[in-house]
Design a protein around this ligand. Structure first.
Ligand SMILES: C[S@@+](CC[C@H](N)C(=O)[O-])C[C@H]1O[C@@H](n2cnc3c(N)ncnc32)[C@H](O)[C@@H]1O
Length: 245
């Protein structure tokens, strides 16, 4: 299935900038889980699909990570990430434009120099996870940590959302919201030498409201006494998985 890359006008810059001021609850939960399993201080990170770099910035500020790198394929976001680092006088986090499903040159240069590869909120929007995991493996990191939509069973869901124009207009853009089988993902990681895996389901603490529920915005609701995150027709089941060599 082919999917059109979002153009720079369709990027939600507010989503990216907001995180610098107010890191998301999910970022806090993920990084604290990560820090329980790995002492993050002085570790070298590579963040694939780094957006505007807010996650690396948070890791640097809160956990004092060492030289780290972010890669994204959106020039606008890489430009913004570089600008933010300059404004905040951070010199040891660098950002590069690249396709995370096809990393070769940087993998040669940085091989064995990365402790942790993070891939946060990215797998679900790709056609599948294998290409990007294979890219990550080329760096030979001890840990690969991902957050994504997963299903607690042997089912993979391929979900493509087409954003449509009224009347005679067609598709404006399309986006994946894929949900992957946790068990198949873990089998894949194990087959690649990442034998120890830690899985955590993310909790949604805050109430999120949304006026127009006909769009693909997110809001929380109660289901069987638990708070769930809903986007369009989907109940989002976010998991965090750390895989260790
Ligand atoms: C939902 S955002 C998540 C950004 C960031 N990781 C976070 O947690 O806020 C997904 C990011 O993946 C990037 N991305 C998607 N496909 C990519 C690809 N093939 N190569 C590089 N970056 C990609 C997008 O440009 C976007 O910045």
């Amino acid at each position: 299935m082919t999917i059109r890359k979002e153009n720079s006008r369709q990027i939600d810059l507010k989503y990216h900038i907001k995180q610098y001021r107010n890191p998301y609850e999910t970022t806090k939960q993920i990084t604290s889980f990560l820090n329980k399993k790995i002492n993050l201080k002085f570790k070298n990170f590579l963040d694939l699909g780094s957006g505007s770099g807010a996650n690396l910035f948070y890791l640097k500020k809160k956990f004092k990570i060492a030289d780290s790198f972010g890669v994204d394929n959106q020039p606008t976001l890489i430009k913004l990430a570089k600008k933010m680092m300059k404004n905040k006088n951070i010199k040891n986090i660098r950002f590069y434009l690249g396709n995370i499903e096809k990393l070769n040159k940087s993998a040669n240069i940085l091989k064995n120099k990365i402790d942790v590869v993070t891939i946060l909120q990215v797998l679900s929007i790709l056609d599948g996870y294998k290409k990007v995991i294979n890219s990550a493996i080329k760096f030979n990191p001890k840990f690969i940590a991902v957050s994504s939509l997963f299903w607690d069973g042997y089912l993979d869901f391929k979900i493509r959302v087409d954003f449509l124009k009224k009347n005679k207009g067609g598709i404006v853009t399309s986006r994946y919201y894929n949900i992957y089988s946790i068990y198949k993902y873990l089998e894949y990681m194990k087959s690649k030498g990442y034998k120890k895996n830690y899985v955590k389901k993310l909790k949604f603490m805050k109430n999120l409201k949304l006026k127009d529920k006909k769009i693909m915005g997110s809001y929380t609701s109660n289901l069987n006494g638990k708070k769930v995150l809903i986007t369009g027709p989907l109940i989002q089941s976010w998991y965090f998985i750390i895989s260790k060599k």
